[in-house]
Design a protein around this ligand. Sequence first.
Ligand code: CTP
Length: 394
Amino acid sequence: MSATNREVILGIGGGIAAYKSADLLRRLQDNGFAITVVPTPNSLNFVGAATWQALSGRPVTTQVWEDVDQVRHISLAKLADFFIIAPATADLIARLAMGRADDLLTNLVLASAVPKLVVPAMHPSMWLDPATVANVSTLRARGFVVMEPEVGRLTGSDSGQGRFPQTQKIIDEFFAMSGIKRDLVGKKVLVTAGGTREAIDPVRFIGNRSSGKQGVAIAKAAAARGASVHLIAANVDMPDCDGVVTTHIESAQQMLAELEKNFSDTDILVMSAAVADARPMNSSSEKINKSDFTSIDLQVNPDLLATLSAKKTKQVMVGFAAQTSELIASAQSKLVSKGLDLIYVNDVTGGAIFGQDETEGTIVLRNGDLVPIARQSKDTLAHHLLDYALEQLG
Ligand code: CTP
């Protein structure tokens, strides 16, 4: 399962620990997951629908009778890549074990075959009751991952096994269940995306067709794999991603300044931005009249990758090349001249690839190996590039 499958249904049972799932929701979002919250009707006594709606940014319903036109118990089930049911009460576990479908959440569980994590929280005597013990073992036998509650003080004066686990423990268990790679934990990944704009005057600029989709896909993929990610976005017309620090810049010089601020403690730099090779010699602060707008004198922009690779210590550097001819030869020569570890080259004849969700091309490695990339989503390529970058990092 790849980290690009990121839709999670967060089921909320009717226990006091429901409020702790608000933090779980936030941390899942930080890890790049999109969350739909499906509370049981009783759980709304603890945390109301408005809270879940505000935190998830999505509508919240509890019954199959709401939004019937959307057939939510099937459409949501199809959308989901994972379920997390937290907290799971004794009653909810019993209903799941029996295969009941008496609210939206239990309908969804029946209608979906994706991996499911159940996080119980209840009084220790309910957890240890033979009925709950039997229900939990039924769920485990059916492939549900059921966490053990923690031992400690409960809501009242009692203590024992029944506490809702720490958020991080749930996240760790979830990643272990999901099979999503977490191989970039502790690594700093710096990504550039989009296309720089070089101002001619306050109205006009020299720009390019890069949408930033590939760079954003790389930033998201790296964050999902646990990296701490900084995205330098040049005129990217997409919302900032949760869990990624984003700096917006416009020109090549601004991009270089931001890169230089962040390069020294970076482990992997991915330069997917299309950087303007030149800028107007003089950018006019006044709009230039049509009659005076006859030619633009240019000066060359610095090569950002070459500038940074001269300061390279530990960094693995990944470049991009958008070409229309002599693809491999151009990529190989850029790999050497810019001091890169790998470069991804694609054929952009006729404007192909720009702004699209898919890409195809070749990864060229420093040892000369060529890895053909058949047509695939930019998200999938993002993971391939990170795999190779990580291999170089050692
Ligand atoms: N790049 C850079 N600084 C520049 C221009 C490009 O760091 N001034 C980076 C891009 O982000 C990309 C790689 O270099 O990762 C190759 O970009 P490309 O535009 O193909 O290379 P150029 O060096 O500009 O070569 P040319 O335009 O002549 O093909």
